[in-house]
Design a protein around this ligand. Structure first.
Ligand code: PMP
Length: 360
C-alpha cells in the first residue's frame, strides 16, 4: 500500500471531510488578561449563583425535559411571544447549526458577508449547502442590494462580527422584503450592547428567525445557552430536526440557571451598561494612541493602527499576557478584535500597547 492510499483509501474514504471552525484560544496560564473570545468580564447574576446553590442533584438522575419547558416559557414571557415561538439550544452555535440544517435546503446558494462569523462557511460545508459570500463595502458595511438576488437563504450577525457594526432595522426590513421565499436568520449574539433587535419585526415576517445567546450579555458562555425566536411554524420545523438528532440537548442545570438569569433584569442592565461605558472609553483611549476603531455596537472593538502590523501587535500583547483576537486576511489582517474587559484589564492593555510602540 502506498502512502497516499494509507492516508485516504480504504475505510478512510468513508470519512466526512470538513474544515473545522477554529475557536479563539482558551489559555491555561493564570494571570493572563483574556480579551480574545468576547466573553463577559463580569460574573453572571447573583440569581444564577443562588439557583446553583439551591440545585437538587437528585434531579440529575433523570433525563431533562426535552422540550426545555421552564426556559422556553421564561424566554417567551421575557420577549412577549408565545412559548411555541422559542427554540432553545446548547449555545447559539447549536441553534444556528440547527437553523442551517432545517432551513437551508435549496439548490440555490445561501448568502452571507465575506467578513463575518467564520462558523457560517463551516456549517455550510458540513451540511453541503451551497453558499456565496457577499463582499462588505469599503466601510465594512453590508450592501442590501447584494442580498436581493435569488438565493437559498440569508444569514448575518447584527451587529456584525468581527466588525461590531450595526445595521438599522430599516436595513433588515429591506432584506426581508426582498427575500419573502427564503428564511432570513439574524444572529443577534451582540445585540444587547446597543442595537435595536429584529424581534420587533417578527409580527410582520413569518420567515424571520432571530438567534440570541447567553454567552455575552448574560456572562454565561460556560453554561452554553442560546435560543431562537420566530414564527411557530419555523420553531416547529427546528424542533422536528432537533428531535431527529438529539432530544436532550439542554442539561437540567442549564435549564434552571438560564431561567434564573432572566429574573434579574436590573443586573443585566447594569452589566451591559458598564460594558457600553467601557467601550466608549476604550474607543477614546485607543484613538488617542493612533488606532482607527470601527463604530462598534458590540462588546468588542475592531481596531487597526496605521503604524503597526496587526499580527505583530497581537504577538506582542500575547507575549505580555494579553490575549486579543487577530484574523488574517487581506482586508482585516491589520486589525485586532479586542473584547471589553474589566477597567483594570483595559488599563493594562493601554499601557502594554504604549510599550509596544517603543519596541516594535
Ligand atoms: N454568533 C456570533 C456572531 C458569535 O460571535 C458567536 C460567538 N463565537 C456565536 C454566534 C456563538 O456563541 P455561543 O455559541 O456561545 O452562543
Amino acid at each position: 500500500m502506498n502512502v497516499e492510499q494509507n492516508q485516504t483509501g480504504g475505510f478512510r474514504s468513508c470519512f466526512r471531510r470538513v474544515t473545522p471552525y477554529v475557536p479563539g484560544e482558551q489559555p491555561k496560564e493564570q494571570n493572563i488578561i483574556k480579551l480574545n473570545t468576547n466573553e463577559n468580564p463580569y460574573p453572571p447574576s447573583p440569581a444564577v449563583a443562588k439557583a446553583l446553590r439551591e440545585m437538587e442533584p437528585d434531579k440529575f438522575r433523570l433525563y431533562p425535559d426535552p422540550a426545555c419547558g421552564i426556559l422556553t416559557k421564561a424566554l417567551a414571557d421575557y420577549h412577549g411571544v408565545g412559548a411555541d415561538q422559542v427554540f432553545v439550544g446548547v449555545g447559539s452555535d447549536d441553534v444556528l447549526a440547527m437553523a442551517f440544517m432545517t432551513f437551508f435546503n435549496s439548490d440555490r446558494p445561501i448568502f452571507f458577508p465575506d467578513i463575518t462569523y467564520s462558523f457560517y462557511p463551516v456549517w455550510a460545508g458540513l451540511f453541503r449547502i451551497p453558499y456565496e459570500q457577499k463582499a462588505l463595502d469599503e466601510n465594512f458595511r453590508l450592501r442590501s442590494e447584494d442580498y436581493a438576488q435569488e438565493n437559498g437563504g440569508v444569514i448575518f450577525p447584527n451587529p456584525n462580527a468581527p466588525t461590531g457594526l450595526l445595521e438599522p432595522l430599516s436595513f433588515i426590513e429591506d432584506i426581508l422584503d426582498h427575500n419573502r421565499d427564503v428564511i432570513v436568520v439574524i444572529d443577534e449574539a451582540y445585540i444587547d450592547f446597543g442595537g435595536q433587535s429584529a424581534l420587533a419585526l417578527l409580527d410582520r415576517y413569518e420567515n424571520l428567525l432571530v438567534v440570541r445567546t447567553y454567552s455575552k450579555s448574560r456572562s454565561m458562555a460556560g453554561v452554553r445557552i442560546g435560543y431562537a425566536v420566530g414564527s411557530c411554524e419555523l420553531i416547529r420545523a427546528m424542533q422536528d430536526v432537533k428531535y431527529s438528532f438529539n432530544s436532550y440537548t439542554m442539561s437540567q442545570a442549564a435549564l434552571e440557571l438560564g431561567t434564573a438569569a432572566l429574573a434579574d433584569e436590573a443586573y443585566f442592565r447594569t452589566v451591559t451598561d458598564r460594558i457600553i461605558a467601557t467601550r466608549s472609553r476604550a474607543v477614546k483611549r485607543l484613538t488617542e494612541q493612533g488606532f482607527c476603531c470601527l463604530d462598534s455596537c458590540a462588546n468588542f472593538i475592531f481596531a487597526a493602527h496605521p503604524g503597526y502590523d496587526g499580527e505583530k501587535l497581537f504577538a506582542y500583547l500575547r507575549q505580555n499576557g494579553i490575549y486579543v483576537r487577530h484574523f488574517s486576511g487581506p482586508r482585516i489582517g491589520r486589525y485586532l478584535r479586542i473584547t471589553m474587559g474589566l477597567d483594570e484589564e483595559m488599563e493594562r492593555l493601554y499601557e502594554t500597547l504604549e510599550r509596544a510602540y517603543g519596541s516594535l
